[in-house]
Design a protein around this ligand. Structure first.
Ligand code: ATP
Ligand code: MG
Ligand code: FE
Length: 354
């Protein structure tokens, strides 16, 4: 089926078009620059930017794909989780399209969409930057971005997704952004920490690994916590500054990045081992992190686990992943959503299609 997917859960206005598993277009407009001076995404600013970007981004995707709107078999849209005002823009646009074209509409879960990105092929994307071949199930999926840090068990993409654990405070990407700010690096901080950390010693400072003590593991085996780490980095830097010492920025960045990569990959691979699942899928903007990727590859290799990382353009928020999940719902014969659905900022991952 030819499906157009719309994603507006955070700061990316994403419109993707797929034909089955083949990616035809992936148009993305981001309001990231507008949030830079605040050091984080401002919901109202993001929602207004979506209003401005949605129509041109749909037009761009349709042109890139070389199709016409009347060719479409279905529309898919992120209905949650995410920022309520931002989600509403995509939901309204998707309803308008589906109604006017008289095609079925699928309201889907953003997190499950990230997993759906993995099965896409074509446009040279997968061939050059991503893992190849069919996604076998079940798989464990580690989704890490500025808004979420979740560990999922995916048994069936259209019918059976379970939340194993998630962050109990900050998302991993949020921690990257906050620590970058602390070190005087620009927003969004993830790529800058990555760059600076390359010249640092990851063992220079032993920052805490959240929720990894035996007592924590009893209740929070697959959960994450990054606010203690962020505070620990802040305290370390403040103490040196108060003493008039120069901050070894590269060492702090490398040690912080190591702490995040260590805990993310350790818990993800623990899940693979505990549940006897020989596959791990990475997604979200933090999957771009060089150390997260390297440590995941190293540990997956040692554990005999297949590591899958979609091309980066499909890891960060985009409409193609939503279109992909929509296409799979169509192919599986899933019933479309009724127009009664709205934006649901806390949509649970077990609700794949609202
Ligand atoms: P959502 O949480 O809804 O998916 P988002 O906009 O936060 O929304 P993404 O666009 O997927 O999600 O990811 C952005 C986040 O990824 C930012 O926090 C950014 O700092 C982080 N990031 C990007 N590149 C890297 C990197 N190389 N290392 C670490 N973090 C990175
Ligand atoms: Mg983003
Ligand atoms: Fe996301």
């Amino acid at each position: 089926p030819l499906v157009l997917g719309i994603e507006t859960s955070c700061d990316e206005t994403g419109v993707g078009i797929v034909r089955g598993r083949t990616l035809l277009a992936n148009a993305v407009a981001s309001s990231m620059d507008e949030h830079a001076r605040f050091g984080g995404v401002i919901p109202e600013v993001a929602a207004r930017a979506h209003v401005e970007a949605i129509a041109p981004t749909i037009e761009r995707a349709v042109a890139d794909a070389g199709v016409t709107l009347t060719d479409l078999d279905a529309i898919a849209v992120t209905s949650g989780p995410g920022l309520a005002g931002a989600l509403m823009v995509g939901v309204a646009a998707a309803k308008a399209l589906a109604l006017s074209l008289d095609v079925p509409l699928y309201a889907v879960n953003h997190l499950v969409g990230h997993v759906g990105a993995d099965v896409l092929q074509g446009n040279g994307l997968r061939e050059t930057h991503g893992t190849v071949g069919k996604l076998e199930l079940p798989t464990v999926a580690l989704l890490v971005s500025g808004g979420h840090t979740s560990l999922l068990l995916v048994r069936d993409l259209v019918s059976d997704v379970e939340m194993l654990g998630e962050t109990i405070d900050d998302a991993a990407g949020e921690a990257f952004d906050k620590v970058a700010r602390l070190l005087g690096l620009p927003y969004p901080g993830g790529p800058h920490i990555d760059r600076v950390a390359a010249a640092g010693d990851p063992q220079a400072i032993r920052f805490p690994r959240g929720l990894t003590r035996p007592k924590d593991l009893e209740r929070h085996r697959y959960d994450f916590s990054f606010s203690g780490l962020k505070t620990s980095v802040a305290r370390w830097v403040e103490q040196r500054e108060a003493a008039g010492e120069k901050i070894p920025v590269a060492d702090v960045a490398a040690s912080f990045r190591e702490a995040v990569a260590d805990v993310l990959t350790a818990k993800a691979l623990a899940a693979c081992r505990d549940l006897d699942v020989p596959r791990l899928l990475l997604g979200g903007g933090v999957a771009a992190n060089a150390r997260v990727r390297a440590l995941a590859a190293e540990r997956a290799d040692a554990a005999g686990v297949e590591l899958r990382v979609p091309p980066l353009a499909l890891c960060t928020d985009n409409g193609a992943m939503i279109a992909s999940l929509g296409a799979q719902l169509v192919s599986a014969g899933a019933a479309p959503s009724t127009l009664a659905f709205g934006a649901d900022s806390t949509l649970p991952v077990t609700t794949i299609r609202a």
